[in-house]
Ligand binder design. Sequence first.
Ligand code: ARG
Length: 656
Amino acid sequence: MNLLNELRSRFETALTPFAIDPAPFAAMVKPTQDAKFGDYQANCCMPLAKQRGENPRELAAKVVAALDVAEFCEPPEVAGAGFINLRVRPEWLQEQTNALIANTRLGVEPVAQPHHIVVDFSSPNVAKPMHVGHLRSTVIGDALCKILKFQGHHVISDNHVGDWGTQFGMIIYGYKHFLDQAALERDMVGELARLYRLVNQLCDYHDLKPKLPKLQEAVAEKQKTVTEAEGNTIPTDAKKADSLKKQLKKLREQLADAQADLESAQSKCAAVEGDATLKALADGHPKIVVESRLETSMLHAGERVNRELWQRFVPECLEAIQRMYDRLGVNFDHTLGESYYDPLLKSVVEEMQAKGLARESDGAVCVFNAGFEAPFIIRKRDGAFTYATTDLATIKYRVQEFQADLILYVVDSRQSEHFVQLFDTARQWGYTGVELQHVKFGTILGKDNRPYKTRSGDTVGLESLLDEGVANARRIVDANDDRKEGGPVLDEAARARVAEAVGLGAIKYADLSQNRESDYVFDWERMLATTGDTATYMQYAYARICGILRKGDVDREALRVDGKIVLEQPAERALAIKLLQFGEALDQASFEFRPNFLTAYLFEAANTFSTFYAKCDVLKAATPELRTSRLLLCDLTARMLQQGLGLLGVETIEQM
Ligand code: ARG
């Protein structure tokens, strides 16, 4: 059972006479960090008493008098300024812990009302190889699928790949003009990626070169405003001074943005101009921007040659990304890319127009959502449908075909505005029965606090990133094995297998343990540390428990059939409480789609186990019953770590 939920519901009842809406106050019941405050604590009486103009300790006493938690807890205590401390009863704890032994779900009950949840994640544009930017969506999305599925929801994972965008027009243009036939035969995806990069570079050049004077002007202008603002005398009024300071800060930020735009454009132009071959290509293809766009339109219009090229390219591109998914252990129920929805787009636009939701503006068809400067364009002036049109069609499809009542979009924060407008439009369109959620995440940064790049400034390819992680992990695995008391125990194949699990686990866990909305710095050393909040630490903790069971020659299955857990020492008790909170951690992680609540829980659980193991003899316990009881706690901890890490897509290995 989920004790936290149960306690909250009991509090809700007890708080009813005191609060018009008791739920938010009941939600203030939390597990404690320190056993001296009991196992759970409620601090709701302080804010509630303030609201009611009462003494918080007196209110707490009244709440306690009305609170019925006697099945699970000792009589609640009022402490400090008006806290209510709850301590789980030993008999109840022991009984519940014993019930976990035979429970294959480790006490996690399936949700009462399962949802049909579509998780739209990974979703790379397939015309180019996957890079570090695809990591977060893939890893977070996969963990969420696994967690939600384990909780009993109907989860449908859908990889909404970009297989229909302007990139294919660029590749087709490249194919028609710059193809290296031999390279294509050797490695199609590699050659297509080269063509994409080349055409993209030439397009950028032609696009940006004429804009340079404007960009320069913008910088000069911003510089002028900043200088002027800096010249203002600071008002004596503190409020006015503060507002001026804020304004200046904003202006400086705008200047920095303008400078960054200019620098980026300048360096892109310089890269082409500084290379005679590239410059010659650029000069020879002055209309490349328009013409590659035309290739895209021709593809969409069904022109034969372009369709055939596209049909040849896409499967190869998908196969290349599949290799990455196989390695990461990520599965999709569907890979319905943008192209899949193409036949539906026309009717979407017509429907929106017929309903009066969209109208023509400047030749384009737009939805004007209240509160937005930019319109939501669903058909461009040249007749092309957009990313937005496709996303609208996709919502319709997912509701119709998958009965989706919740759709999660695990996509970079930078697309926030798109999703706000998309959700707004979908609701007006009539999709009110489906909850739409942008599960957004921040950027992976390098140690210089800028988006993570290779030393030469290129984006980091995902495959090479995974390889590097595994190579780094291998050194740790080797060193650890070489240091073992009785000599190394892993052969070459085992070391390679462990290194793969440790390397990939470290990368995934480092990502999942962040608050997903923050940016984070990619740091091999920290993510592979054998102590601290890392997958490596947790994987070793798991292997260590398996080692204890191995050393004791324990038949784990038999142990579970005959054994009984007895909780006497505080460290045993603390571990049991932690084990019982697994379901609470999953609830927390799925509540706002934040896997970091699960990683935090697992880390605490591993630490609680460490304390238990340091304080309590297991294999040398005083009596056979005690030995059995403690071995069962070891077994449960190992099962829980394996399950928990598994839900994060992190593999566990019994001997490493
Ligand atoms: N392919 C898009 C990109 O790389 C992400 C798609 C996210 N999913 C969606 N339904 N829009 O930016």
